[in-house]
Design a protein around this ligand. Structure first.
Ligand code: OGA
Ligand code: MN
Length: 299
């Protein structure tokens, strides 16, 4: 029997009564889907899933997006391609050194974001499994973007409702001070367009759709769009809309990338190991195309 315990007044719930190392029944999946649509971030505790078990459970929610390996050319992978390696550990089980490229780029996770918004078809949800955690730090914070949208003044809602935003992985890297990517590298992940306000399919509620990857507003002067994006991210990440998850080994946390943002909190990553593995489920369609609707071409 699935149990659902709310962890925050607005979103976040802990799910009990299920064993993710075993096949999950259709009725349990239905209960998890329901809780996911309502609470947006689900915490499962005491789930020591193998890579295969995590992949099997995740695939129920849709096809998986393979690892974004743009920063790992020639580097040996520790995990199967369906899992993103969010650890500070290399394929020989050693901790990443200070100058490791993967270590430096993973610092980007400390900026508020939603996963894969820089891809044409972004991520629907992500599932992060904790295998080793540091004694302090390394929490993951979540922000409720439906509640953040609801709390905007009506005039702001009207102003932003139809806007389209360009997202690029290089925008979030630039925010961290990483620039100087050459054209060939940039061409591998070209900028994409996403709507700024979307209707969350699972709940019918409107939500902000934003990330550190968001670069500017289409049709607006660059600075004005960047200022709006920064202002909305600041609004949405006020304490009343956020929750920090403190990890234990065996936790699996599943979040809805369509209506939440998240960020990693710092920890002493040269001193302590943190072994986290993420499966990422694809959304169905680009958000701008979804807004246009299937009949758009015919009209
Ligand atoms: C991620 C991510 C945050 C963390 O895996 O997508 O942003 O706390 N992780 O590791
Ligand atoms: Mn992320």
């Amino acid at each position: 029997m699935i149990t659902v315990t709310k962890l925050h007044p607005l979103f976040m719930a802990e799910i009990g009564g299920v064993d993710l190392t075993q096949p999950v029944s259709a009725s349990d999946y239905a209960a998890i889907d329901d809780a996911f649509n309502t609470h947006a971030v689900l915490v499962f505790r005491g789930q020591p899933v193998t890579e295969a078990q995590q992949v099997a459970f995740s695939k129920h929610f849709g096809p998986l997006i393979p690892t974004t390996n743009y920063h790992r050319k020639g580097e040996m992978q520790r995990l199967r391609a369906e899992l993103a390696d969010v650890s500070n550990i290399d394929h020989e089980n050693n901790m990443l050194p200070v100058d490791s490229e993967r270590r430096q780029h993973s610092l980007g996770n400390q900026l508020w974001h939603t996963d894969a918004s820089f891809k044409h078809v972004p991520a629907r949800c992500s599932l992060l499994a904790a295998h080793e955690v540091p004694p302090t730090g390394g929490e993951t914070e979540f922000a409720d973007m439906r509640a953040a949208f609801d709390a905007l003044p009506q005039a702001r809602k009207d102003e932003i409702e139809d806007l389209v935003v360009e997202h690029s992985i290089y925008r979030s890297r630039e925010r961290m001070g990483f620039t100087g990517y050459n054209e060939a590298t940039r061409a591998e992940l070209p900028p994409v367009q996403q709507v700024l306000v979307r209707t969350h399919p699972g709940s019918g509620r409107k939500t902000l759709y934003l990330a550190a990857h968001a670069s500017h507003v289409l049709g607006w002067p660059l600075e004005k769009g960047q200022a709006l994006i920064d202002e909305l991210i600041a609004h949405a990440t006020q304490p009343q809309f956020t929750y920090a998850h403190h990890w234990q080994v065996g936790d699996v946390v599943m979040w809805d990338n369509r209506c939440t943002m998240h960020r990693a909190r710092p920890y002493e990553d040269l001193k302590y190991r943190r072994d986290m593995r993420r499966s990422t489920v694809s959304d169905e369609i680009n958000t701008v195309e979804a807004r246009r609707g299937p009949l758009a071409d015919a009209v």
